[in-house]
Design a protein around this ligand. Sequence first.
Ligand SMILES: Cc1cc2nc3c(=O)[nH]c(=O)nc-3n(C[C@H](O)[C@H](O)[C@H](O)COP(=O)(O)OP(=O)(O)OC[C@H]3O[C@@H](n4cnc5c(N)ncnc54)[C@H](O)[C@@H]3O)c2cc1C
Length: 318
Amino acid sequence: MDIIEVDVAIIGGGPAGCTCALYTSRADLKTVILDKNPSVGALAITHQIANYPGVSNELSGEALLDLMRDQAIEYGTDYHRAQVFGVDVSGDLKTVYTPEGTFKCKALVLASGAMGRPASFKGEAELLGKGVSYCATCDGAFYRDKEVAVIGVNKEAIEEAQVLTKFASKVHWITSNDPKDDDLLAKDLIAQPNVQHWSKTRLMLIEGNEAGVSGVQIKSRTKETQEHLPVDGVFVYMSGSKPITDFLGGQIALKEDGGVVVDDFMSTTSEGVWAIGDIRNTPFKQAVVAASDGCIAAMAIDRYINSRKAIRVDWVHS
Ligand SMILES: Cc1cc2nc3c(=O)[nH]c(=O)nc-3n(C[C@H](O)[C@H](O)[C@H](O)COP(=O)(O)OP(=O)(O)OC[C@H]3O[C@@H](n4cnc5c(N)ncnc54)[C@H](O)[C@@H]3O)c2cc1C
């Protein structure tokens, strides 16, 4: 798989990531944003944003985010839709792993927000990585001709379920609330021949053992008893309010509340790695605060990279 080399890799394309990218691109640093889904971050789901300075109070969060992303791209940022599943922050060059490719960078910025949640379904934590997954793009191909369950009704769940229809023999889509009547993406999904929608149904238990997931127990609001579905994979897409740091693999210090530890320059405890926006679990989670973090980190990164120009990196061969 390709290795893509950049100066700055930013994980997350919310207001924090886009602002940072705007500044680093304008400073002539080769910048990439890796964003798993532009529709699922905190700003993207904000119906109306009435308190971002200088913009109309009728603007939706998604529209504001589109403006921020377009502005960064206009100044040279490369925007990749890709879910980061791992990083290696040892050494001068940091490595970022995604299903779409591996990225090497001099400066790594963590901006994945705080829309994560702790594993809460029975069996979820124990079977994570053994059939429980949060990334169909990463793991979907393992379920060729097998049955899988997708849990959740948000846009990410629908898009990821669509990915799974290409591989799985059957996709059981389990939603405790029904999608809205005008949700065309949901309609398209339900129309797929290998999708079964379990409406108004809750996931009760994920079953399995060391060998992996063997099934799920579900409970419909309209039925008295639970039902068993024989699935090999369970893909969970529910939002919460926990900093998304699972891809860090314990390499960066976190606070007790789960936020990333940073100094005044948004620098983490690992040299060459910054953290901005809600991933810090800031006391005041606001778009303008996230954007401000992005600006601070970008200026610190520019200074850091310039001070290290003398260091020879492995992709300069002249
Ligand atoms: C319902 C709601 C209403 C709000 N209303 C307001 C408001 O009116 N005014 C206001 O100022 N603030 C509001 N906020 C808060 C504001 O939206 C957040 O503080 C801000 O969006 C945080 O920005 P961020 O860039 O840190 O994270 P986010 O906006 O959450 O963006 C994070 C991005 O990272 C991506 N990502 C996550 N994991 C990965 C991964 N593994 N790989 C790649 N990409 C990944 C996500 O897809 C997302 O695009 C609201 C928040 C919510 C939830």
